[in-house]
Write a protein that binds this ligand. Structure first.
Ligand SMILES: Nc1ncnc2c1ncn2[C@@H]1O[C@H](COP(=O)(O)OP(=O)(O)O)[C@@H](O)[C@H]1O
Ligand SMILES: Nc1ccn([C@H]2C[C@H](O)[C@@H](COP(=O)(O)OP(=O)(O)O)O2)c(=O)n1
Length: 229
């Protein structure tokens, strides 16, 4: 893979558990700043989908890592579409089933290693907003600003439930809450790059904040760093 990484480009990392608002906040901030955007969770989701479509067992770390290393993917940023081996997988990518499978393959060190260079290659001028679990701890330890976004599990499940309901997926709040708790547990307890805040991350609890309030709080930090006026 050819890498045009720019080690000097500023990076804003936004890590946190499922439903804390990382994706929403990162996308809006990347647009406002005119920076690139890395949805690292999508890479783990695509790896899991790739394994499922090729009949590779999610229990086989080395086989899944080979798929991760050679992922044939394309992001159509304008349309918000994602393609895996030429197929549009945008809808399938966001399901809770895919999220749970992603969380399983993400526990494998070989898979994480296989995706590292691909993630770092997103760091190009004028800057990058990176959304995930280990952006500030492992992938971009020298990031310019690190945010760890949280919210109570009940609030995160409520947001996810509403999101799924609005997109026509039939499920119950209790089911979503137990999936959220199970995924948090797996992401936080794994040995490889667990979901933990970086020592120098700013913790932001969005339980009682709107999306705009979260963005305002991050803007204050960006202003202090003179990344925005
Ligand atoms: N601070 C917030 N207050 C209320 N709803 C939010 C907030 N942040 C995000 N949401 C909503 O919650 C859902 C999940 O947010 P998302 O950004 O996908 O979370 P994550 O990427 O952390 O899993 C979305 O429907 C989003 O609009
Ligand atoms: N940097 C990352 C990003 C995601 N993962 C894993 C853990 C998550 O449960 C899955 C899916 O992540 P994703 O950010 O897409 O999921 P949510 O939008 O937060 O529900 O991938 C990871 O281990 N490291």
């Amino acid at each position: 893979m050819t890498v045009f990484m720019d080690q000097n480009a500023p990076v804003l990392t936004i890590d946190g558990p499922s439903g804390s608002g990382k994706g929403t906040v990162s996308t809006l901030l990347a647009r406002e700043l005119g920076w690139h955007f890395l949805d690292s969770g999508a890479l783990y989701r695509l790896t899991a989908l790739c394994a499922l479509s090729h009949g590779v067992s999610l229990d086989q770390e080395s086989d899944v890592a080979v798929l991760a290393e050679h992922l044939d993917i394309r992001f159509d940023v304008e349309r918000g579409s994602v393609f895996l081996e030429g197929d549009d997988v945008t809808r399938e990518l966001r399901t809770e089933k895919t999220g749970a499978a992603a969380s399983r393959v993400a526990a494998y060190p070989a898979v994480r290693h296989a995706l590292l260079a691909r993630q770092r290659a997103f760091r190009t001028a004028p800057g990058l907003v990176a959304d995930g679990r280990d952006m500030g701890t492992v992938v971009f330890p020298d990031a310019t600003l690190k945010i760890f976004l949280t919210a109570s599990s009940e609030e995160r499940a409520r947001r996810r439930y509403e999101q799924l309901r609005d997109s026509g997926v039939g499920t119950s709040y209790d089911e979503v809450l137990s999936e959220v708790i199970a995924r948090d547990e797996r992401d936080s307890s794994r040995a490889a790059s667990p979901l933990i805040p970086a020592n120098d991350a700013r913790l932001l609890d969005s339980t009682h904040l709107s999306v705009d309030e979260v963005i305002d709080a991050i803007r204050v930090d960006l202003q202090k760093l003179k990344l925005i006026g």
